[in-house]
Design a protein around this ligand. Structure first.
Ligand code: PGA
Length: 231
């Protein structure tokens, strides 16, 4: 299983550092699972740990005049080689188009970054039925090299993100099966995953891991989530 925690715009530099050290000492030597944490950009640092730190976003540039953004030069300072691309909050709130997402994908792919690529439908599409959901999800791969060897896909229905309402086991199974028939890559589910539902979500065929927002913010909760899956 892959357990990825996305802090979004939560945690400070100080609280991230203590979280990461606590997480590291709790899982060191014990876990065969893969763990990745995406802290806010201001908290990036070089940590002596056994899991991966990724960046939630970056601009497709080495450096330059892109006010408010960071590029590869800033990531290299901390040895960051993992990035989240296509998260629905960037697509919806920050208005990142598929073209921009593709530009980022190609740029970071050319540098050999591991890419967690997020897709997911809004409620309006879900309400049109599963056929439309599938069509919509496939369109989010337009321009994306699905054969890229360092690609990990995360399916996150937008209506399930941060709402406390995860998709049903049946919905997840069906969409994951569908995606797996098109894309032969690790496939995570995201959207209100928590310590209580990880048992059933984690055991669905075709779920290779989870991308967790809210329930990753407290280290105790993230550890409980990882532990509950093992039981
Ligand atoms: P959530 O967020 O776990 O708070 O629903 C998931 C995500 O956006 O990756």
């Amino acid at each position: 299983m892959i357990y990825a925690g996305n802090f979004k715009t939560n945690h400070t530099r100080a609280s991230t550092a203590s979280y990461i050290l606590a997480l590291n000492s709790a899982i060191e030597g014990k876990k065969k699972d893969r763990v990745v944490i995406f802290p806010p950009i201001s908290a990036l640092d070089s940590f002596d740990i056994s899991f991966t730190i990724g960046v939630q976003n970056a601009y497709p540039t080495q450096k330059g005049a892109f006010t408010g953004e960071i590029g590869v030069e800033q990531l290299d300072e901390f040895g960051i080689k993992t990035i989240l691309i296509g998260h629905s909050e960037r697509r919806e709130i920050l208005k990142e188009t598929q073209d921009k997402v593709v530009e980022k994908f190609n740029f970071f792919k050319s540098l050999g970054f591991e890419i967690f690529y997020c897709i997911g439908e809004p409620l309006s599409v879900r309400e049109m039925g599963e056929g439309k959901v599938k069509e919509y999800l496939l369109s989010q791969f337009d321009g994306i090299d699905i054969a890229y060897d360092k690609l990990i896909v995360a399916y996150e229905p937008i209506w399930a993100i941060g709402t406390g309402r995860s998709a049903s086991v049946e919905d997840i199974r069906s969409i994951h099966q569908f995606l797996k028939s098109h894309i032969d890559k690790p496939l995570l589910y995201g959207g209100s995953v928590n310590p209580s539902n990880i048992g059933e979500i984690g055991s669905i065929d075709g779920v290779d891991g989870v991308l967790v927002g809210s329930a990753s913010l407290k280290v105790e909760s993230f550890l409980e989530l990882m532990g509950s899956r093992d039981e």
